[in-house]
Design a protein around this ligand. Structure first.
Ligand code: ZN
Ligand code: ZN
Length: 271
């Protein structure tokens, strides 16, 4: 299984996932044109896509959904609540292309297994996703206010993880956002802070060489170095060393990450 984070952040989100017979997008939060360009950056033609999965209806996740679905006749997979709340700017998507996927349910598209994971965020019914191909698994969980046991269990043993590290709490508190926006971001249905992101990773990661991509970083209330340092330090306290036990990667608002392969480590990391 291969993947590339095509875009990450409040200006747009999309993940590309590829197996031998399947090519998926998770969210389509850029314009159709931009999505085509990001796919081209990793050598993929938009015409070759199989389907689009939708995590929730916020515009930074669905901006190009309608265009992509109509242009390439792509089936879309989402839950009913998200479908009902799609912004009108997405436009009409023929019902023949709409497939409902219940939150918490599993399904297969060709050779890829998919599990959806319920998360808490100020959207109708937001979901994260975990993908399986043979022994390999990849998950994406962003746009969540807090992490519960269920999410941690759903991510057990994952090899590659795209995981939110949205803001630094102090930068957000002292920054220029209006108080109601700050309260929204900090709340249970907002976004994960670097600290909360790191604390959850400490429970999820086993030190088996997982690839963790810190995602959905705020451009106003976070710094890449700060997010990475916070995670690094928290994991260190748990005896996990970034670089050896786990690999920490960046994601970008303005370009795709290189195409990555989900790697399974064959040897167990020493304690
Ligand atoms: Zn978002
Ligand atoms: Zn959102």
């Amino acid at each position: 299984m291969k993947f590339s984070v095509l875009a990450s952040g409040s200006s747009g989100n999309s993940l590309y996932v590829e197996t031998e017979n399947t090519r998926l997008l998770v969210d389509a939060g850029l314009s159709g044109k931009q999505l085509g360009q990001r796919l081209a950056q990793i050598g993929v033609k938009a015409e070759s896509l199989t389907a689009i999965l939708v995590s929730h209806e916020h515009i930074d996740h669905v901006k190009g959904l309608g265009v992509m679905a109509r242009r390439y006749q792509l089936p879309i997979y989402l839950n009913e609540a998200t479908h009902q709340h799609l912004p009108s700017s997405v436009g009409d998507i023929p019902s023949s292309l709409v497939h409902f996927m219940e939150t918490g349910a599993s399904l297969s598209i060709a050779d890829i297994g998919i599990e959806s994971i319920a998360i808490s965020h100020d959207a109708a019914e937001p979901m994260g996703f975990r993908f399986f191909e043979k022994e390999e698994s990849l998950a994406i969980v962003t746009d969540l206010g807090y992490v519960n046991e269920k999410i941690i269990r759903a991510l057990e043993g994952v090899h590659s993880l795209i995981w939110e590290s949205n803001h630094d709490v102090n930068m957000l508190r002292m920054g220029s956002y209006p108080w109601n926006v700050k309260r929204r971001i900090l709340g249970d249905t907002g976004h994960l802070s670097n600290e909360d992101s790191a604390a959850a990773l400490q429970e999820i990661v086993q030190g088996i060489g997982e690839q963790v991509f810190l995602a959905h970083l705020s451009q106003d209330n976070n710094l890449l170095e700060l997010a990475h340092l916070t995670v690094k330090n928290v994991l260190k306290e748990a005896g996990l060393h970034v670089g050896t036990d786990i690999k920490l990667h960046e994601t970008y608002p303005d370009r795709a990450t290189s195409l990555q392969e989900v790697k399974i480590k064959t040897t167990i990391a020493s304690a």
